[in-house]
Write a protein that binds this ligand. Structure first.
Ligand code: NDP
Length: 277
């Protein structure tokens, strides 16, 4: 899988933007910053038509302007709060109306969550589930018919923490496990229905976005990988209609080893962090 990805990337560098993404109609969530922002810039370089969303309108406007300067055929933005019951579906409707359909629906946003031991805040987990999970399934359902029509791709940005638990992230890891469970099931159902829609689930390790770096600063030496490269790998995974992505590659090994060698894996995880009670 890695070799295929590398040659695709080389092809992109050698011949310029991949033809399949030129003019593609794309909706990216959580695109005001971090990996989502980088995905918007890559899609722009490929000449896509993009709708981006997050809560901060001013920042979205700046990202959209940069997308146009990088070569996007269209770059529109819509501010929305994914904790809301109605706004996730409204965002999909906005993209469908403005782009006249959808080829890629890339669900990437996450709400802020503390990096600390859990102290019993159930309301926070309920809220985070709305943002990180329920809005994903609402948006996927709203966009599915259009993706079916365009033979499009649904791309879910998940985490190694959706496959393996770790300390300090109980609320976040719960939402990512929920995503993996739900969309893993949907992958089967789409295949059994011979659907035109490809569904990719992306498992990421630590990526050097500001929000992630702020959380782990001084707490761990786990290596962080570049957000621009992570973003490009996610886009390639969607464009090549692969079922999954493991980025960086060793997240695959880590995810597999936790079932094969649970005690060793638990020892390594618990000793990867600086913590004294
Ligand atoms: P960031 O925290 O950098 O960005 C989060 C994005 O979501 C922002 O655009 C933010 O914009 C938006 N957002 C936050 N709350 C809401 C809300 N209530 N409604 C709508 N939008 C919201 O995240 P990353 O780039 O680090 O992560 C992107 C994806 O990659 C996530 O799915 C994450 O789980 C995954 N991932 C990241 C890893 C990492 O180490 N960075 C590791 C593994 C997976 P705004 O504030 O303007 O709303």
């Amino acid at each position: 899988m890695q070799e295929q990805t590398d040659s695709w990337k080389e092809g992109v560098c050698a011949v310029g933007p991949a033809e399949s993404l030129k003019g593609a109609r794309v909706l990216v969530t959580g695109a005001s910053t971090g990996i989502g922002e980088q995905m918007a810039y890559h899609y722009a370089r490929f000449g896509a038509q993009i709708v981006i969303t997050a809560r901060r309108e001013k920042v979205l406007q700046q990202v959209a302007e940069k997308c146009l300067s990088l070569g996007a055929q269209k770059a529109l933005y819509v501010a929305a709060d994914m904790a809301s019951e109605s706004e996730p579906a409204q965002v999909v409707d906005f993209a469908l109306e403005k782009l006249g359909g959808l080829d890629y629906l890339v669900l990437n946003h996450i709400g802020p969550s503390p990096f600390s031991m859990w102290t019993g805040d159930v309301d926070h987990i309920r809220w985070l589930m709305n943002v990180n999970f329920f809005s994903y399934i609402q948006m996927a359902w709203r966009g599915l018919a259009a993706l079916e029509q365009s033979r499009g791709s649904l791309v879910i940005v998940s985490s190694l923490l959706g496959k393996m638990s770790s300390p300090f992230v109980a609320p976040y890891t719960s939402t990512k496990f929920a995503l993996n469970g739900f969309f893993g099931s949907l992958q089967h159902e789409l295949a059994m229905n011979k659907s035109n829609v490809s569904l990719s689930i992306c498992t990421l390790g630590l990526i050097d976005t500001d929000s992630a770096m702020e959380k782990v600063k001084g707490v761990t030496n786990i290596p962080a990988y570049p957000s621009s490269d992570a973003a490009l790998n996610i886009i390639i995974t969607g464009a090549t209609r692969q079922l999954d992505l493991f980025y960086p590659w060793f997240t695959y090994v880590v995810a597999a080893s936790k079932d094969m060698f649970p005690s060793v894996t638990n020892f390594i995880i618990q000793n990867s962090y600086t913590y004294s009670p």
